[in-house]
Design a protein around this ligand. Structure first.
Ligand code: PMP
Ligand code: GLN
Length: 397
């Protein structure tokens, strides 16, 4: 009986970790934010805005608290929010979903993705991710006892080779996790790439889980959900979140939409992870999702301007950048400045120039393999970006 238990093999800060979580310590984002705090540096690492989101949304949460929405909400989420998510999917993508059964509210996109992996994968299942990949995917796959198969996105434009995707799929593959717009590269997958992924999913009978948390932060081109491509609605769980769209990363309200069978499977797991989440935030997010088109356009427009500001500043400081089409991140190559190991530079930067960035190595299967790339966020005020860019000039040697 004891043989079936995972063995305790590792301690992090004195706390035992099971074998499945070997290699997972503190997330790099928290680590870099703590470093910025400790050293008083400008934090262009962890992605969170330094300004509040729309007042209507914040006020709606305050009103909800005052009017008593402070107890457990319904298991699948507050009805008004499920309805608003369905309206949003119809309005922006022409997708119909039934708020009753095809929409589930979750504790952020993170829980939706983790619960989907736990619901649909067994020990030994394989899950395909595109590398570089967001750190929580690796952790969710490990928690499920599944295996990760990484398909590289090729720099500088982070293109996808469908041949490599096909080669990564085996008879044990259960799922593909796709993040578009993509953290950390800022890539927005093209319809050709989406169709190549759709073809493989259908050929090999895979479920797609799509992380679309940056869906409204697109500057060049257009965000197209994988679920809207031919044959994909019935095998895709589409995940998003209020965090980025409404600048409320601390609220942890996300959602997943898709066929009732798949959404129901996620709900079964969610019930025992968090049961429910954030009652007063849910009506507020519903109000946000119903804001006029002008809100969504102006959010993207304002970020686009800051993207251009930071990219120009990074180039002036000697980095090479590939301008991101979406998200609020840019990958900067430190090679032209004479550095080969971005992680080492990231640790030195607070002292050298008073700026914090995230080493891109954290998004790779082997985080100890040196890469010259650093990820910077531009979801900060213009004056903060200006000062950061001025300080980064000190890295030239
Ligand atoms: N996916 C990606 C790609 C992210 O960058 C983030 C960061 N917030 C998340 C998921 C997590 O979203 P949430 O805070 O809604 O859990
Ligand atoms: N998504 C945020 C980022 O990529 C971080 C969220 C977190 O700290 N887990 O920076």
């Amino acid at each position: 009986m004891f043989g079936t238990r995972p063995k305790l093999v590792l301690y992090v800060d004195g706390v035992a970790l099971v074998t499945r979580m070997r290699g997972f310590g503190t997330t790099v984002f928290a680590e870099m934010s703590a470093l910025a705090e400790r050293t008083g540096s400008i934090n262009l690492g962890q992605g969170f805005p330094d300004q509040d989101g729309p007042a209507e949304v914040l006020e709606a949460a305050v009103d909800a608290i005052r009017s008593g929405a402070n107890q457990y909400p319904p298991g699948p989420g507050v009805e008004d929010l499920r309805q608003a998510v369905a309206e949003h999917q119809k309005r922006f993508y022409g997708v119909d979903c039934d708020p009753d059964g095809e929409v589930l509210v979750t504790a952020g996109a993170t829980e939706a993705i983790t619960a989907a992996v736990l619901a649909l994968c067994e020990p030994g299942s394989e899950v395909v991710v595109f590398e570089p990949f967001y750190d929580s995917y690796a952790a969710a796959i490990a928690l499920a006892g599944a295996q990760r198969r990484a398909v590289p996105l090729q720099p500088p434009d982070w293109s996808l080779d469908p041949g490599r995707l096909r080669a990564a799929v085996s008879p044990r593959t259960r799922m593909v996790i796709l993040n578009s717009p993509h953290n950390p590269t800022g890539k927005v997958f093209s319809v050709e790439e989406l169709d190549a992924i759709a073809e493989v999913c259908q050929e090999r009978d895979l479920v797609a889980v799509t992380d679309e948390v940056y869906e409204h932060l697109v500057f060049d081109g257009q965000h197209v959900p994988l679920a809207t491509r031919e044959g994909m609605a019935e095998r895709t769980l589409t995940v998003s979140s209020a965090a980025k769209t409404f600048s409320v990363t601390g609220w942890k309200v996300g959602w997943v939409t898709g066929p009732a069978g798949l959404v129901g499977a996620v709900r079964t797991v969610k019930q025992f992870l968090t049961y429910v989440n954030g009652a007063p935030f849910q009506p507020a997010v519903a109000a946000g999702l119903r804001l006029p088109d002008s809100f969504f356009a102006s959010t993207a427009w304002s970020l686009r301007e800051r993207r251009d500001q930071l990219c120009a500043g990074l180039v002036a400081a000697g980095f090479a950048v590939h301008v991101p089409a979406g998200t609020y991140f840019v990958m900067a190559d430190t090679g032209p400045l004479g550095y080969l190991d971005g992680a080492a530079l990231a640790r030195e930067m607070p002292e050298r120039c008073g700026v914090v960035a995230v080493p891109a190595a954290a998004f790779y299967s082997d985080p100890s393999a040196p890469t010259p790339l650093l990820r910077f966020t531009f979801c900060k005020q213009n004056a903060v970006l200006d000062e950061a860019v001025r300080r980064l000039q000190r890295l030239r040697r």
